[in-house]
Design a protein around this ligand. Sequence first.
Ligand SMILES: *Cc1c(COP(=O)(O)O)cnc(C)c1O
Length: 489
Amino acid sequence: MNIDQAECGNLSELSALLGQQLDAYLKFESPDAMRHPETWRGALDRPLPEQGVGAAGVLSELSEWVIPNGSQIPRPGCTSFITTGATTMGALATLAGAIASPQRMGLTAFNLLEEVSLDWMARMFDLPADMKGVYSSGGSVANLVALGGARQAAFEAIGIDPARDGVSRPCRIFASAECHHSVQRAAAVLGMGRQSVCKVATDDQGRMRPDALKQQLREDQQSDRLPVAVVANAGSTNRGAIDPLRVIGDIAKAHGLWFHVDGAYGLPGILDPRVAPLYDGLELADSTIVDPHKWLGAPVGIGATYVRDRELLNRAFTQEAATYLEGSLIGEGITHSMDNLGIPYADMGVELSAPARGTVVWALIREIGLEGMRERICRHNDMARHVAERVQAHPNLELVSAPTLSIIGFRYIDENEPDLNELNRKIHRRMVQRGNAIPSTTVVNGILAIRPCFVGARTTMKEADELVDEALSAGQYLTTTTNEIAEQR
Ligand SMILES: *Cc1c(COP(=O)(O)O)cnc(C)c1O
């Protein structure tokens, strides 16, 4: 039998079946995948099948082996890293795009929502009116696209087109010492090298120090390096620090440098009126990024870069015209959605084929509105503050980094314990093993901190309290001598 039997319809029936399985998964009653890895691994890691099992067969394997052994990340109590599960509308809009608009290009409703949703986010986060966006797969690529713009601007200013001719001079990017490591990779991919990223010292709250930036810029004037950009954080990954954007932006401007603000996680924080003033100066940015797949609850795979001049991105990322692509298009007399690609997003980044991510972001915002988003951001920021209060009120807990947004660092302390980092590492391991509260850890000034980040739409104050309770009970358990000996066995 050699017939292509791929099911190409029947979505109502099959997705209803899948929906039942996913609803069951969302009860989070299955044991973690690593409790019995041999069972599902054996069922899934099979030789390449000569014959298919059909759609029903695949659905049954998905239901039996794959979904129940999925990720812990969507759990309300999972506060690791900066990641969460998609909301239902985020997932369904993704499905809608996969079926009804496989590409963002073409003059379709999906293509229109690409621009509508980018503009909605720009308004939501109070970006300058002339800032326009482009989607990519996430913050790392969004940073790459922004820094591609910075590189283009810096080289064009000295009469070179780096996208066409390559990077002919050593470069310099001045970034907060707390910047996300994707900034280094972006520099590498853009041909400037990781070494071009100069880490500017931060203060005790993890914010870039303007005096240190000035000092670096002064020192660099002696070198032959081409200064390309200053990269600041609006919500650092480690502790949610927001750099003094106005002061840093002014310094960047005074030196004629591109000012990039990484808001992958923290840009939505501007919706919380208590912290909104910390974003003062955001309007100085030449580029900024945000990850809808973090705080907005989109499925992973959606980042956005904003710049003032998308033409610049076009020059930075053009592949030059291709007969097999632009050859099929017309500019005038358009009457069919396949007559034109619409806004040429593909030339403003590194992807040609790309899903219609805008429809997902549109759906998320349309569902709960600005009001709903604001409630979520404020709720999560409240939760971090609540954890901080409980930490400060308990003799066995200590604040390591106070929350600016929804990230907080704290640790368990015990005067009889010689190595608190080791103790907190064990506490963290025990919390993860128990699985009710799953934070991650970080190190701040040599101190190992338990570091939850609240971004999940499912995560509420109840989980904030559970997290503190779990840390306390793990700490108490591990500092009781007999238990510690048991643990070491
Ligand atoms: C998460 C994050 C990134 C990287 O985003 P990905 O979507 O994981 O690629 C970049 N910068 C900051 C500040 C982040 O928090």
